[in-house]
Design a protein around this ligand. Structure first.
Ligand code: SAM
Length: 251
């Protein structure tokens, strides 16, 4: 198995593949005013195994198109949707989020939690606007600085991993510069990181290592995740995910 296959294997049985919570998904959804009687068209970009797609499908009338690059995640989502009686409301789309087969102004709502970084926040909001109806909503979570001065260790880490990390003011300015009006934003709680993502991930490490006979590559994958967790534990006062909810303007 190569490193990508190992990563998929480590994450595919996770309830979520990044920090978040059902409460945060619902809180973001509450900020959005969409006609409840209408059949809505919703896209969830970088859906993983569907933590948010399933919540959205359960809450909204209409259809959720769940987009991810990896079939293994989408298969898992399809299985969960079936178990929850939501199959009719979710279609999967195995495609890269920067190369999408969608029509202009196809969607009432574009959702994306912890995934836009793969193409970059500004590039993502710019490209996806095309698929959103005027007056439609974007709800996106993105790693964000929450303090005004930060230790060198964490600045260096994020400059390597995702130099586009910024403050909420920067993200909001980017939304406004790209034809959106901010409706609201909030930060994910530490529980969204620790209890909902990192702890279940750590609990999967031993079985993952056993499955892969403690190979050097499997150990490297675990070590990289553990380093990320250690950094979060040390520096959580300085960054989180910002959840940004915005409406597409008429221009
Ligand atoms: N939204 C899910 C959640 O919160 O549980 C998953 C978040 S995970 C951190 C990022 C997701 O983006 C993964 O499922 C990954 O497969 C997907 N992804 C990465 N690059 C992608 C791309 N270019 N196009 C579509 N999905 C991509």
């Amino acid at each position: 198995m190569d490193e990508l296959e190992l990563l998929l294997d480590l994450h595919v049985k996770g309830e979520r593949q990044g920090p978040g919570s059902t409460e945060a998904t619902l809180r973001a959804l509450e900020m959005i005013t969409l006609p409840s009687e209408k059949e809505l068209k919703v896209a969830d970009m970088g859906c993983g195994t569907g933590a948010q797609s399933l919540v959205l499908a359960g809450q909204l009338t209409g259809q959720v198109t769940a987009v991810d690059l990896f079939p293994a995640f989408l298969d898992e989502l399809t299985k969960k949707a079936k178990e929850m009686g939501l199959s009719e409301k979710i279609v999967t789309c195995q495609q890269s989020m920067d190369d999408l087969p969608f029509r202009k102004e196809q969607f009432d709502l574009i959702w994306s939690e912890g995934a836009i970084y793969t193409i970059g926040f500004e590039e993502g909001i710019r490209q996806w606007k095309e698929y959103l109806k005027v007056g439609g909503y974007l709800a996106v979570s993105e790693v964000t600085w929450v303090s005004s001065s930060r230790p060198k260790e964490i600045v260096e880490f994020w400059s390597r991993e995702y130099p586009e990390i910024g403050t909420a003011a920067t993200k909001i300015n980017q939304l406004e510069a790209n034809g959106y009006t901010l409706v609201g934003y909030f930060f994910l709680s530490p529980q969204s990181w620790l209890s909902n993502y990192y702890k279940p991930l750590q609990e999967r490490f031993p079985a993952f290592l056993t499955r892969h006979k403690h190979s050097e590559l499997a150990k490297k994958v675990v070590a990289a995740h553990q380093q990320e967790i250690n950094l979060y534990e040390r520096h959580q006062a300085h960054y989180s995910y910002g959840f940004y909810i915005a409406r597409k303007d008429a221009r």
